[in-house]
Design a protein around this ligand. Structure first.
Ligand SMILES: [Mn+2]
Length: 317
């Protein structure tokens, strides 16, 4: 299977980071791995702040440079526990607006194929963004498995069109529902606090479940209980936009927002996901780096560790 998808990627040591994720000394083999990690450093339709092309690099670097590999809160030695094979970065055509159609066509064709192969081999795809636009392609690949989508974000990303573009970083979830790749009733949006009337209307009409930032703040126990029920005995796909965290934790992402979650709340939410659920895919998007500021990348890496160590611990299929 490795032969089938290898050619889509730049190997980890040749990516912008020059390291693999966690940079495990005796790297796990493709066959022995439980998850296949890859980057999609897409940074083209982002409107406010640029920098998501550095996402895979900053996550790989902060994970590789981490001295301690022990998670104090869960008593886990991550290098032993997390069987992840880093296959590198998806090869994208040059990041210019004039290449947009070519980029989307390539992603449309290949990302589904890649994720399909990974799932066929009973492994979990873990994708490092890149702007949130990539979710249209990654989540499209999950249609057959019909998972509950846990979408962590400050924004709904459900606009029909933005700045003349149908597909861009503020629209993927609208088009996933419209093109019937996911059911609105399977979409759970967590941490939302910045949206417009039309998106709210679309979410409501499509039967999307929303746990907005205020509900999480005011009714935290209830939200966690509901999430546990929603995910019980379900396949789940996690789409994690780093800006779900409060603006003070994410200095580099393109559209940071106040009234966001803190890392302790986030861990509690992850812990409330049913132990009977099955993770079928995970992505972390909109992570950026500016002027050598690794704070956001460190938070992204530590968040990934928590999600993976808690949810990637059982037979996957
Ligand atoms: Mn967002």
């Amino acid at each position: 299977m490795f032969d089938k998808i290898e050619h889509f990627f730049i190997p980890p040591e040749k990516t912008q980071a020059g390291y693999s994720f966690m940079d495990v000394p005796d790297r796990i083999s493709f066959d022995d791995s439980e998850a296949i990690l890859y980057g999609i450093p897409l940074d083209i339709t982002t409107s406010f702040g640029k920098g998501t092309k550095w996402g895979p690099k900053v996550i790989r670097t902060t994970s590789a440079k981490q001295i301690e590999t022990f998670l104090l809160d869960s008593n886990i030695e991550i290098h032993k526990k997390l069987k992840i094979f880093d296959i590198g970065d998806f090869k994208l055509p040059g990041l210019k607006k004039k290449n947009l159609d070519e980029i989307f066509e390539k992603m449309s064709k290949n990302i589904s194929e890649i994720n399909f192969e990974i799932r066929e081999n009973n492994k979990i795809p873990i994708v490092l963004g890149g702007e949130h636009t990539i979710s249209y392609f990654t989540i499209k690949a999950t249609t057959k498995e019909n998972p509950v989508i846990l979408h962590f974000d400050a924004h709904r990303d459900m606009k029909p069109v933005y700045d003349g573009m149908k597909l861009c970083h503020t629209t993927p979830f609208y088009h996933l529902i419209k093109n019937k790749f996911i059911k609105g009733s399977n979409l759970i949006q967590i941490g939302i606090r910045q949206t417009d009337r039309e998106e709210n209307y679309i979410a409501k009409k499509s039967d999307v479940t929303t746990f907005d930032a205020w509900e999480i703040h005011n009714n935290f126990q209830e939200v966690k209980q509901k999430l546990k029920t929603i995910t019980d005995n379900k396949k789940i796909y996690i789409s994690f936009d780093i800006d779900v965290y409060d603006i003070c934790y994410v200095p580099c992402t393109g559209t940071p927002e106040p009234f966001g979650l803190n890392p302790f709340e986030l861990i509690e939410i992850i812990d409330s996901i049913s132990k009977n659920s099955k993770l079928v895919g995970l992505e972390i998007v909109e992570v950026a780096m500016k002027n050598g500021d690794y704070r956001e990348g460190t938070l992204a890496t530590q968040t990934l560790y928590r999600i993976i160590s808690r949810l990637m611990n059982k037979n996957i299929k």
